[in-house]
Design a protein. Sequence first.
Length: 196
Amino acid sequence: MQDAFVGNWARESHLSAELLGSLHDLNHRFLDLAAARPEWPAAQVAPLSSVQRAAAAVCPYALFDLRFHDDGHWRPRLQDARTWCVADEPPVYDATVSFVRLVLFYAWHVASSAGLKAQLLLGMNANTAAAFGRLTVNQLPMLAVTEAVHLSARWSGCTAYWSALTAAAAGGDPEALRRAQLHGLQLAAAARLPDP
């Protein structure tokens, strides 16, 4: 079923099945991680089975957020590796750091090979996407350690989205799940609109 959704999203966009497949895998890992973290708004996915979480993860956008939209957050971190200070950051779970390491590698790959796609898939600011594209792979591991504390659910303040996504995945209704996933596309598009 996931292959059908990957192909479906890929056919309806300019995104490759491989790019979307990796994103879906990251989304699924995030939902598994969120299920174990009751303090996160996305923790409502905890009652879902692994199969239901996998279905919910098949979105053409990231369900996780690392403040990619915030150029003011990323600019100093990406300009000079010497400004990253692990000792100042609060401790985080090893699973979270491992996940963030994968997310940053994915973000770097997408930004370095297809800058606009990083903005669409990850909600990345254009300047942040360009700066990520200039990083080398050796700069990513330390960055993962410092940025893990910023991992959250994308649109964590939108309980209607997360409730609809969770309910649709739990109900096993592909049409309801597709509508919830399309709602996320609307949220992603709205975030890219200029401020009035």
